[in-house]
Ligand binder design. Sequence first.
Ligand code: URP
Ligand code: ZN
Ligand code: ZN
Length: 484
Amino acid sequence: MTTVIKNGTIVTADLTYKADVLVENGKITEIGPDLQGDETLDATGCYVMPGGIDPHTHLEMPFMGTYSTDDFESGTRAALSGGTTMVVDFALPAPGQGLRDALQMWHNKSGRANCDYSYHMAITWWGEQVFNEMKDVVQDEGITTFKHFMAYKGALMVNDDEMYASFQRCAELGALPLVHAENGDVVAELQAKLVAAGNNGPEAHAYSRPPQVEGEATNRAIMIADMAGVPLYVVHTSCEDSHEAIRRARMAGKRVWGEPLIQHLTLDESEYFNADWDHAARRVMSPPFRNKQHQDSLWAGLQSGSLSVVATDHCAFTTDQKRYGVGDFTKIPNGTGGLEDRMPMLWTYGVATGRLTMNEFVAVTSTNIAKILNCYPKKGAVLVGADADLVVWDPEKEKTISAAHQQSAIDYNVFEGKHVKGLPRYTLTRGQVAVKDGAVQTQEGHGEFVRREPVNPVNKALSTWKELTAPRKVERSGIPASGV
Ligand code: URP
Ligand code: ZN
Ligand code: ZN
């Protein structure tokens, strides 16, 4: 069966033009005028764009004594409803658990996905098994990105020596390291101090994670990556302090990418000072929301190209889960939702305001990350041969965001009450119409794992664990006489 998208304007990261798109067997087979198919989707007045790719989600993630509530079914349904057709989640090994083992657990969960997905593998501890399995994960499993948490001390955090070793391993495998850049030691100190002073409400979460902890860690990660000879991707860049480090690195020719979230672009720190505990706690995430100056910096980064990708870090907890932290803000599960709202919110606050062009919108929601993750042009493109992951975007369609009508399984929405203009008329996942005139008709289990290949692996035999960890002795011809 063929499907034709008729009378629309194709918008890609670099072109805007009128043409029909023909889809067969999940792929784009023809682009041009006057195409015919078995099924016709009318795109009059709409833009036909690559479906969004959200490279930062935590679906059914075990974290802070609970599991994030949106799983691969509700999470990817929410994604498709908002025009996102691929997510990249994080496989998180428990302390001492092997990478392949953790990966199997994530494959078990993702069988319910409604759209395509990939994973980043987290490095949560360091040892010979992790070193060895990194190669298997890249070469056998098609996962070429490794996440490092510089925060969450005593849980997910890795230290600099572990990070440096892992970055070196990434360099030789042609893999890309990712960092959650916050100084976890300083955060832990600040948390303890605030709790001891009786400052235990959700607003203290923001005090415990000032922009400096993010700026410091971003600088450190960039320098460690430079010493290891590897590019770097900085997730959830929330402030000027971190953005400045990324901008400076890029100006110096380093390959560093920064990823602001739609939450940090559109919501600010005043949310934490709401008199309603639930309201504030529902917005607790790391890094926290920042002030308007930091927001302006993030928008400027997207406009100038120093920041590359807009993600969500979708990690949705119910109000009941958030209440684990009543009386102690350090126990509030960290995370917010956004999968369903990223594209409409960025269109409304980015394109409709004139901050971003439509082509820039496509670049930062889809094409840039497809290139960074090495799955372009299978994903992130409107080209013959690409997967038919497409969104037919109606710039006139509007709604007021409300938890009452969302796909996400949680009981609130951090964007509640925001009015958005620009929504999908249709969303196609590998050719299958998942959203039709706003009605969601997803198919559980339709999603497939997207395998990715490494980029520029070092062209020599890989080092062994012994070589990487052995101290090297310098052979000297003579030893000077001792001093005074
Ligand atoms: O608060 C957040 N961001 N929760 C999800 C885990 C992470 O740090 O990305
Ligand atoms: Zn993080
Ligand atoms: Zn995250």
